[in-house]
Structures are given as C-alpha cells and as structure tokens.
Design a protein around this ligand. Sequence first.
Ligand SMILES: Nc1ncnc2c1ncn2[C@@H]1O[C@H](COP(=O)(O)OP(=O)(O)OP(=O)(O)O)[C@@H](O)[C@H]1O
Length: 257
Amino acid sequence: MGVLEVDHVNRRLQDNNGQEINVLDDIDFTVNPGEFVSIIGPSGCGKTTLLRLISGLDQPEEGKVTIDGDRITKPDYSRGYVFQHGSLFPWETIEENISVGLKVTKGRHFDKALVKHYIDLMGLTGFENSYPHQVSGGMAQRAALARSIIMKPEILLLDEPMGALDAFTRADIQNVIYRVWEETHTTMILVTHDIDEAVYLSNRIVVMTPRPGRIKEIVDNPLPHPRSRVSEDFATFRHEIQEKLNFGLEDVQEASR
Ligand SMILES: Nc1ncnc2c1ncn2[C@@H]1O[C@H](COP(=O)(O)OP(=O)(O)OP(=O)(O)O)[C@@H](O)[C@H]1O
C-alpha cells in the first residue's frame, strides 16, 4: 500500500517578466511505503514545487504523480503537509489546532483521548489551552506535526519544518520526527537545505540541481540507526553529499559563464 511514483514529471512556470521557466525537468523516482526520503538542493531548484505536486496542490505539464497507480489530482488527508512556519490558526488553542482535521472528518464527536495522546507524545502537555503566539517556535512546530500525524497520513510531506528554528530546537524536532517515523512507519518526504538533517533522518537522499530543477543523483544512506551526529561515518557520508551538492553549484556557475 502507498507506493508513490513521480513519473517523468515536468513543471513550467512563468517568471515576473512572463518568461517561461523550466522549474522541474524530467523528475522521476519512486518512494516505497515506510521510507524516509530527503530532497536536498540549492534554493530555487524546485523542491517545494515538487512537494506541491506530490501533495496534489499543483499539477505537472507532463508526466504524472501516482499512489499505487492512482493519479494524485488534489490534496487529501492521506498526505499530511507541514510547512516551514507551522501555519497554526492563531485564533485557536494548541489543542484546537491539533484537532482541526479530526473535526472536519469526524464532526464534533471526535476522539478527545486521541488528541490527548498526541499532545503527550509531542511534549505539549500543560500547553493545551495556550495560543500559538504563547508557545515557542519549536512547540508550535510540534503542534503542527501533531495536527498532521493525528490524521494517520500514508505520506507526510515536510517542507523545511525546521528551517526557521535555532540549532538546538532543530535537533529536538528532528528527534521528534525520527521517533514518529520509527513508531508509525509513515512514509516521510523531507525538503531541506540542511545536509546534516538529511543524513540524520533519511534512508535515501534525492540530490537536486537548479535551472532547470533536475535530479542529479539519488543516494542510499548506509548509516544504521540509531545515528550519531558526531560519528566518523556520519561525517564521511555528510562529506559525500556535500561534494555532490557543490558539484551541482559548479554546474550552475558553468552555465552562467
Ligand atoms: N507560483 C510561481 N510562479 C512563478 N514561479 C515560481 C512559482 N513558484 C515557484 N516559482 C519559481 O520556481 C523555482 C523553484 O521554486 P521552489 O520554491 O520550488 O524552489 P525551492 O528549491 O523550494 O527553493 P527554496 O529552497 O528557496 O525554498 C524558483 O525559481 C521560483 O522562483
């Protein structure tokens, strides 16, 4: 259940001058159920555009995105989406925010015990009645994660959810995401600029290059779990990914000469 196929996808958009730009060019890869895949590449290489196509928020000009062979045509709760800025409703409490999807799908009589479970799991106990502006950025992201995970999505799409956080909070949320992945086996697709994050969390890393956004290489992560951010093996694999990314930038510099 839940094999995601991004099948020779092209996406073109118009820039401010009305010029057509090839944002994604022949993107082709498969994600199996339970995998953790990171998409990494320089700014503007089309990572968010790709995630939007997978979510169903956008459609490609050519190619298709399917789950178990069925074309994705619109967003639905089987694919959760967590943004860089958690996008919690500021007028609702943490508990109400986490319950949003349940309220929509189950009406007023949703399972309150389930909400409590996720509040506890995310370390938000005691903050149920706080509003988003009354909690830290890390807590707001935990709540945003809980709001998605509570819907038990087949695939969780993570669009730089740690991007706006300081290093300590980022590591903390990475651990939370890892725990959730390990416990639920939800397929996760993470967009990030952060090589350490990709190496720490994912089974496979999709390395992209910009203009047009292409897949340069898909790299299997050889590191066993649990992973240590300070091990020699971690540093070696990190270096390998860094080299592949720099290679991508050299390609851009070459093209602009
Ligand atoms: N709605 C749009 N209309 C026109 N151009 C767009 C639109 N959305 C994105 N683009 C362009 O497409 C390219 C890819 O954007 P995208 O946000 O997918 O890249 P990204 O790799 O996620 O970048 P970042 O890491 O900075 O978030 C960029 O050049 C961007 O300006």
